[in-house]
Write a protein that binds this ligand. Structure first.
Ligand SMILES: Cc1cc2nc3c(=O)[nH]c(=O)nc-3n(C[C@H](O)[C@H](O)[C@H](O)COP(=O)(O)OP(=O)(O)OC[C@H]3O[C@@H](n4cnc5c(N)ncnc54)[C@H](O)[C@@H]3O)c2cc1C
Length: 200
């Protein structure tokens, strides 16, 4: 495929980071898929959330001791490594009776990580070509509002407004807050207030 140069003026770039999340069965007597919470525990470097089949999903918070494996998104391995076992063992430090299997189950896939681990929702250098990328492992839950934002952004630009010099203000629907979309621009400088991790 010929590159079309839509990334020509980007000040923030994105790279593919290989990630493993592991599903382990909840301890007997704990209905984690009904009563479980999303918990992020920085002391063990693991976050967890309920997963169907009464599983606990354990992911890494990317502590410094965990290898960050940047890969070519067209060629990468989807096999579990010791990392998934490490995450399960870390989780077991907090959850007595967690059922650790011999063979791990879960997902091995890619985060599309931006320089500051915050997403890019923007137009591009090419008129009519927009981007919603750099989701950095933390934007699944934001999908509905990201869709609304992108729809408004497209309308705004296609109506002749210059989003780069006069960024769209986007009013959130459920709270009294107007988002300055310049914070999600491809032209921004790195946001030092980011956690620089999957927590965004
Ligand atoms: C292991 C793992 C765990 C995660 N856990 C969480 C979590 O717990 N919470 C959370 O908020 N986020 C999580 N995320 C991140 C979340 O999945 C992403 O932020 C979200 O999926 C991004 O949505 P998207 O629509 O931008 O991209 P995607 O979901 O990646 O969708 C892009 C689509 O475009 C298609 N595509 C790509 N190139 C082309 C092309 N050239 N032509 C046509 N189609 C194309 C792809 O096939 C894909 O279907 C996780 C990600 C991973 C990898």
């Amino acid at each position: 495929m010929e590159p079309i140069g839509a990334d020509a003026d980007m000040k923030i770039i994105t790279r593919a980071l290989l990630k493993e999340v592991v599903y382990v069965h909840a301890p007997d007597g704990l209905e984690f898929d009904q009563a479980g919470l999303i918990i992020s525990d920085s002391d063990i470097g693991v976050y967890c959330r309920p997963e169907i089949g009464n599983h606990v999903l354990a992911g890494s918070e990317d502590p410094d001791c965990d290898l960050r494996e940047w890969v070519d998104s067209d060629y990468y391995e989807r096999n579990f490594t010791d990392q998934s076992t490490t995450q399960a063992l870390r989780m077991a430090q907090r959850m007595t009776g967690l059922k650790l299997p011999n063979r791990m189950r879960g997902i091995v896939d890619l985060y599309d990580v931006s320089d500051d681990w915050l997403p890019i929702y923007d137009r591009s250098a090419i008129d009519g070509f927009y981007m919603a990328c750099g989701t950095s492992g933390n934007q699944f839950k934001n999908a509905p509002v990201a869709g609304k934002l992108m729809a408004q952004l497209v309308d705004y630009c296609e109506s002749g407004n210059n989003h780069d010099t006069h960024p769209l203000s986007f009013a959130l629907g459920h709270i009294d807050f107007v988002l300055d979309t310049a914070t999600m621009s491809r032209l921004r400088t790195i946001n030092p207030e980011s956690s620089f991790s999957v927590l965004g």
